[in-house]
Design a protein around this ligand. Structure first.
Ligand code: FAD
Length: 334
């Protein structure tokens, strides 16, 4: 059933935990309901934004339009000899889906355990952690064209996935609403354990459930729990620079943290840049740089959007002045 709420707080609908109102919050349970909404006055006469779990958003002020949210939560499983295809509703909580795959002994999603948000956004954001990205397991993305209501099924390679990026964030931004994502998981073991201290933590005890448990444990130690401390996870994207720029920086800062991408490009750790620019634990109003991870900006003490915006922009400015490197927000400003 379509559910429309008027003039309500978005506090429970985004992880920064700020008390910001929206004119309407509209939730729907099926593709048919979404189609009927797209031709209804509430959408036609207002601006709107589609959200998932609100874990990568910064509402910069009261929202004077419609916040749309999917409650499509069904799943269809198709088993093959070596793999399994699961078509999952956009409104399913991402980590519930990961837990489901792990409990069935299907490989591929375990490294992405405990990332906040919902399935629909995983295909927009190309979520990633511990050496795995959503694109590695996405097979197809089902979406509705917001103008025509027609369904389009995107094959994985049509989604133009990159680091935290997809066609839904770039060329086709705002043109499609994702209704289902189909993932392909493996029935045979294919672990990726090279990242961080995962291998050490696991020892010889390598089962899917143990990988998931270890990742959850590490994440709980490093990242703020959105139920206790508002944030949107990593606030900035790790910047990519060309090799010449990297070598110049490396001479001046021998301990700079970097990841070579190819012969020409190097990814820098935004957390390192921010930390070494002196931002550890710094505050603007109620917003702060998280003391355990400089890449995360938190709502420490009743922050208002302007606090977070100001803190983020001061950080960007100071990183640019110190290293000549631009860092851009991963978080979507609304
Ligand atoms: C504590 C914490 C830790 C995090 N750790 C990680 C991490 O390890 N790796 C990582 O990649 N991210 C991480 N994130 C960021 C965030 O969890 C991901 O970006 C996640 O995919 C966002 O999902 P969401 O459902 O909350 O989307 P939202 O934040 O609600 O939306 C994100 C974008 O997707 C669009 N969108 C949402 N649903 C749909 C839909 N159905 N159709 C079309 N567009 C849609 C929105 O318009 C918006 O542009 C973290 C966040 C937090 C708070």
């Amino acid at each position: 059933m379509i559910n429309i709420k008027e003039n309500i707080s978005l506090k429970p609908y985004h992880t920064f935990g700020m008390d910001i109102n929206t004119r309407y919050l509209v939730e729907y349970d099926s593709v048919e309901e979404l189609r009927s909404l797209l031709i209804s006055p509430i959408i036609k006469d207002n601006i709107y934004i589609h959200i998932g779990g609100g874990s990568n958003l910064l509402f910069t002020k009261e929202y004077c339009g419609v916040v749309l949210h999917s409650r499509i939560v069904d799943m269809v499983v198709e088993e093959h000899e070596d793999s399994v295809l699961i078509k999952v509703g956009a409104g399913v909580v991402w980590d519930d889906f990961v837990a489901y795959t792990v409990s069935n002994n299907w490989y591929g999603a375990e490294n992405l355990s405990y990332i906040p948000g919902e399935v629909g956004a995983s295909a927009v954001q190309n979520v990633g952690a511990y050496g795995v990205e959503a694109k590695d397991i996405i097979n197809r993305v089902y979406a509705i064209d917001v103008e025509t209501g027609a369904e389009r099924i995107f094959k994985q390679d049509e989604c133009l996935y990159g680091y935290r990026s997809s066609i839904f964030k770039t060329q086709l931004k705002g043109q499609y609403i994702i209704t289902y994502v189909e993932y392909r998981l493996s029935k045979t073991p294919c672990h990726k354990l090279e990242y961080g201290n995962l291998k050490t933590m696991l020892g010889d005890d390598i089962t899917l459930q143990n990988i998931r448990n270890s990742i959850i444990e590490i994440r709980k130690q490093k990242l703020p729990d959105p139920n206790e401390l508002g944030s949107a996870g990593s606030f900035f994207i790790n910047p990519v620079v060309d090799v010449t720029c990297f070598h110049t920086l490396k001479q001046e800062y021998p301990d700079i943290v970097s990841y070579p991408l190819n012969e020409d490009k190097v990814k820098l750790s935004a957390a390192w840049l921010i930390d070494k620019a002196g931002w550890h634990g710094k505050r603007v109003g109620g917003a702060a740089v998280y003391h355990k991870q400089c890449l995360v900006l938190i709502n420490e003490n009743n922050a208002i959007p302007a606090d977070v915006i100001e803190l983020a922009s001061q950080i960007q400015k100071s990183v640019y002045e110190k290293y000549g490197v631009e860092i851009t927000p991963e978080v979507n400003y609304i």
